[in-house]
Design a protein around this ligand. Structure first.
Ligand code: NAI
Length: 248
């Protein structure tokens, strides 16, 4: 089921949290996984887990808000493995603040990493995937893009931007056999969410129909499906993986 043998997949933000879970899961299902983080040293745990599962990884370093990081990373994957079959654009940040206090810098930083950083990687994989006439691109969005969240105008704007970008890219690239989708997590227990005030965490948790926060593995299963042949007729879609949080 969901066999990824010989797939070459690049995962950004793979040093911890959701990206780490995705990278390890893809490797366990047979993919070669290139993993990117801001610092190589932070990738040791991810690469060790992939090796322990009998998989192959390629650690990469860089800041995704720089176009050169995307170009260099994709080139490194193609040079090492002869092509690239999948992208999981997962890396993201938050700079939360209520509107009256949100600075232009906080707005720009989140857009630069979460939206523009994803654009850089989308653009960088397009050429090799078009040449191969195949590829699966998955952006990691967020449920809050659809329902909003106080203090996250910058973050919600960036994540909602991913929806439009995915739909446009899906139409442009579909003729070359390339799919582009968004997997939007709900409330997932990671370092990112542990930094939220406890009251905000509790408020989110109370809305989850399934009654528990999600795990990185919950997101990894959806990503793996879209990276596998089983998901190859799905494109331009937003898949909510939120335990029913968005149902209200
Ligand atoms: P995290 O903070 O635990 O991990 C983020 C990863 O992205 C780290 O590996 C970090 O090094 C990397 N990263 C951040 N900025 C980077 C940059 N400029 N260049 C390269 N790498 C960078 O976050 P978490 O919780 O694992 O989230 C992963 C993705 O899922 C993010 O896009 C986040 O917005 C999204 N998400 C998370 C939710 C949650 O409840 N944790 C809910 C909805 C979406």
């Amino acid at each position: 089921m969901h066999d990824l043998k010989n797939k070459r997949i690049l995962v950004t933000g793979a040093s911890r949290g959701i990206g780490q879970a995705i990278a390890i899961d893809l490797a366990k299902h047979g993919a070669k996984v290139a993993v990117l983080a801001t610092r190589l040293a932070n990738l040791e745990q991810t690469c060790a887990a992939i090796a322990a599962a009998g998989g192959e990884s390629l650690p990469l370093e860089g800041d995704i808000s720089q176009a050169s990081t995307a170009q260099d990373s994709v080139k490194a994957v193609v040079d090492a493995w002869g092509g690239i079959d999948g992208l999981v654009a997962n890396a993201g940040i938050t700079k939360d603040n209520l509107l009256l206090r949100m600075t232009e810098e906080q707005f720009d930083q989140v857009i630069d990493v979460n939206l523009k950083g994803t654009f850089h990687f989308l653009k960088a994989v397009t050429k090799p995937m078009m040449k191969q006439r195949a590829g699966s691109i998955v952006f990691i969005g967020s449920v809050v893009a659809a329902i909003g969240n106080p203090g996250q105008a910058n973050y919600c704007a960036a994540k909602a931007g991913l929806h439009g970008m995915a739909r446009s890219a899906a139409i442009e690239l579909g003729g070359r056999g390339i799919t582009v989708n968004v997997v939007s997590p709900g409330f997932i227990a990671t370092d990112m969410t542990s930094e939220l005030p406890e009251a905000a965490q509790d408020a989110m948790k109370q809305k989850i129909a399934l009654g528990r926060p999600g795990s990185g593995q919950d997101i990894a299963g959806a990503v793996r499906f879209l990276q596998s042949p089983d998901g190859s007729y799905i494109t331009g879609q937003v898949m909510l993986v939120d335990g029913g949080l968005s149902l209200g």
